[in-house]
Design a protein around this ligand. Structure first.
Ligand code: PGA
Ligand code: ZN
Length: 422
């Protein structure tokens, strides 16, 4: 079976902003569509997402955020080159790299490349007669990753109601994905109603479906979520723990860490102390981006005294980039990596970064973006790649539930086991 046709076009993401889709038609008439996500608190080292700046495309209505140039790149440059080829991800990704060999894929756009790369992977799984998850792991039980789920949102996703971006929960004691999800939904419901009773809900549902409740400080937000877990009779620590995404690059100016809601400033050294206190005072099992994306020293310094069971997770630090991960491993800056396909640009090289991390005993957390679509390929990649965790935002919004529901589907129809990474 070969690729008969490939069409790129602009669609909308969960924020109502333009993003890219590709529909690929195979010689057997089957149709495979892939849609790409888009971040808001993006790392500066991410692959380049092409947005229209050329006056030819930049219409006033989308405020420079349209992706018509990337659409043209797919339809005029990529499609003619791939037509007639068999859908083999490694080979077609190789052709995409030939067409745009720049490390950040700024010529054709990482969004254009990823949309095509994903559509080809879907077509390859179809050709093999198996699910996308199974395509990456043909034999044995699939591993359903542990969900890391957003309860409270702040930072760039919630009008900066909190300085840190997410307070999440990790159902580390759950024995199945279905059980994990039931606990999480209960925690989120209770957090919403307790927040409303206290009169502190801003009525804001944030970009990833989390609650945008305003708290005077980070400690209060963490105590609030811990209280919700306890009120439900769940054992804090043994069954459910906290995770946070500090997204520190959002408030680090290169010299100072500035917590605006508390009107406090920290040097890099002082902020290592602040974060250390935070993880020692609360039941936190995972901390993401506690320091700036180029403040490597703060990361390695923190790691020296961090609790041994703490997951120290690099998102903006690594940007799913092989060279940055290599440096992080060598300098012992973290022990886990967030994997976002659109930070990288290609399915196979994203997979390769994840495999390097696994080979170096790093935990891997496959992640959605704050701007998502109803596409659910992320659930299949996370499962087929044996990632230990998956981060999709909250349990609200079809862009989020599409992934959770696909994991429930995989757990029901495939032979699976549930990841217990902690
Ligand atoms: P983004 O945020 O998709 O807006 O970059 C997600 C994250 O920081 O994990
Ligand atoms: Zn992050």
């Amino acid at each position: 079976m070969s690729i008969k046709n490939l069409v790129g076009y602009q669609v909308l993401d969960s924020r109502g902003r333009p993003t890219l889709a590709v529909t690929l038609t195979m010689s057997d008439g089957s149709i495979h569509t892939a849609r790409v996500p888009s971040g808001a608190s993006t790392g500066i080292h991410e692959a380049k997402e092409l947005r229209d700046t050329d006056t030819k495309f930049a219409e006033k209505y989308y405020g420079g955020k349209s992706v018509y140039q990337a659409v043209e790149n797919i339809n005029n440059t990529i499609a003619p080159r791939l037509k007639g080829h068999r859908p083999i991800p490694l080979a077609t990704d190789g052709i995409l790299v030939e067409l745009d060999h720049t490390p950040d894929h700024h010529i054709l756009g990482a969004n254009a490349l990823l949309a095509v790369s994903l559509a080809v992977a879907k077509a390859a799984a179809h050709t093999a007669g198996i699910s996308l998850a199974r395509y990456f792991q043909p034999e044995g039980k699939l591993l359903i990753p542990m969900p890391m789920v957003n309860i409270l949102s702040g930072g760039a996703h919630a009008n900066r109601t909190m300085d840190i971006q997410d307070v999440l929960v990790l159902p580390n004691g759950a024995t199945s994905f279905a059980e994990a999800l039931s606990w999480i939904v209960a925690i989120r419901e209770l957090a919403a109603s307790k927040g409303a009773k206290a009169g502190s809900v801003t009525h804001l549902i944030a970009d990833e479906g989390g609650l945008g409740i305003a708290f005077p400080g980070i400690d209060n937000a963490l105590e609030f979520v811990t209280g919700c877990i306890e009120d439900l009779g769940l054992n804090v620590g043994a069954q459910v723990s906290l995770a946070i995404d500090v997204a520190a690059a959002q408030f680090f100016d290169g010299t100072k860490y500035k917590l605006a809601t508390q009107d406090r400033e920290f040097s890099s050294e002082q902020f290592v102390g602040f974060v250390t206190k935070l993880v020692n005072n609360h039941p936190i099992l995972s901390i993401e981006d506690p320091f700036g994306e180029d403040d490597w020293q703060a990361w390695s310094h923190f790691m020296e005294s961090a609790p041994s069971n703490l997951q120290v997770l690099g998102d903006d630090l690594f940007t799913t980039n092989a060279a940055r991960l290599k440096r992080g491993i060598e300098e012992k800056c973290a022990n886990a990596i967030l994997i976002k396909a659109n930070q990288n640009g290609l399915v196979t090289s994203t997979h390769s970064v994840l495999k390097t991390a696994q080979a170096n005993n790093f935990k891997t957390v496959v992640s959605a973006r704050s701007g998502e679509t109803e596409d659910s390929w992320l659930a299949d990649l996370a499962t087929g790649w044996r990632a230990s965790q998956i981060k999709v935002g909250s349990t609200h919004g079809a862009d989020r539930t599409a992934k959770w529901n696909r994991l429930l589907e995989l757990e029901a129809i495939e032979e699976c086991e549930f990841a217990r990474p902690f």
